[in-house]
Design a protein around this ligand. Structure first.
Ligand SMILES: Nc1ncnc2c1ncn2[C@@H]1O[C@H](COP(=O)(O)OP(=O)(O)OP(=O)(O)O)[C@@H](O)[C@H]1O
Ligand SMILES: [Mg+2]
Length: 265
């Protein structure tokens, strides 16, 4: 019968030292992880604000260009200049509000109030870069005039603007199409649908479209939209923060409908 002798004390000592060292490394790594998670959050907020600013800056730039061109022409059109300037002013004011609102969202805060869906839709259409009709897109809006939701109006407009931009981009290259915004009141829910007759979404992509940075618009061809893949991720974040959900139905070649479902007031 053999007896097991205790390990030599220097061996135990070396093991303890290694253990201590490893524990030190671990806490350093944990600290680094927290730091990089913080940086990732800042990175995401920056990307989100840049993305939303881009949506708003595009029309501001084109309106200011109209105003400048007219002011520098032989016959400046005071009415046109005034209209273009007031549109740019409204856009720039909105950009400021978006900044505040996105920083709030990052802290988990929203400025909710009871809003008329009709007003949200009208405000969003006002800041769209181009009138859809100018691109041969028939726009239909059907919203019950008394439909109300509890929401942060700035954030809800951002959701609609992203959905409208996607819808319009899905129809570029097609000769025209139709874009429908339809809201309905169910028992406890308000449903806002944005439908287009664009390219549709391939079934294999459907589970990924809400992922941050998922985009199929990586094209470098001129005249075709490029994407960062943040639009729908922002929409989902905002809607879920409002206690709602966003759904999609799509058929390749026929079109797509996004439905935003929010609790009704
Ligand atoms: N209405 C739509 N019709 C067809 N495909 C769509 C539609 N909306 C979204 N998609 C698909 O979902 C992807 C992700 O959309 P998302 O808005 O998140 O990003 P993006 O439009 O590509 O880029 P970004 O919005 O950041 O400019 C798109 O690249 C596209 O493939
Ligand atoms: Mg988009």
């Amino acid at each position: 019968m053999s007896t097991q002798s205790a390990p030599p004390s220097e061996f135990v000592k070396a093991l303890e030292d290694r253990l201590l060292e490893a524990a030190g490394d671990l806490s350093l790594l944990k600290e680094q992880l927290t730091q990089s998670q913080r940086l990732a959050t800042i990175g995401t907020i920056a990307a989100v604000i840049a993305h939303e600013f881009n949506n708003i800056l595009t029309p501001i730039i084109s309106y200011s260009q109209y105003a400048l061109q007219s002011a520098e022409s032989e016959k400046p059109d005071a009415e046109l200049i005034k209209k273009a300037l007031s549109k740019s002013f409204a856009g720039a004011t909105k950009a400021g509000r978006i900044c505040t609102s996105m920083l709030g969202l990052a802290r988990g805060e929203s400025q909710t109030s009871t809003c008329l869906v009709q007003t949200i839709v009208d405000e969003t259409l006002l800041v769209m870069a181009r009138d859809p009709q100018k691109d041969g897109i028939a726009l239909r809006v059907q919203v019950p005039p008394d439909l109300r939701v509890d929401a942060d109006p700035v954030q809800l407009e951002q959701v609609l603007l992203n959905l409208l931009i996607n819808a319009r981009q899905a129809m570029t290259g097609k000769s025209g199409g139709s874009l429908t915004i339809k809201a309905t009141a169910e028992d406890t829910e308000a449903r806002i649908c944005v439908s287009d007759t664009g390219s549709g979404i391939a079934e294999k992509n459907l589970p990924r479209i809400f992922d941050p940075f998922f985009t199929t618009k990586g094209t470098a061809r001129r005249g075709e939209p490029r994407g960062t893949g943040l639009g729908l991720a922002i929409c989902r974040e905002i809607i879920e923060h409002h206690g709602g959900r966003i759904e999609v139905q799509s058929e390749v070649g026929r079109g797509t409908t996004f439905t935003v479902v929010l609790p009704r007031v």
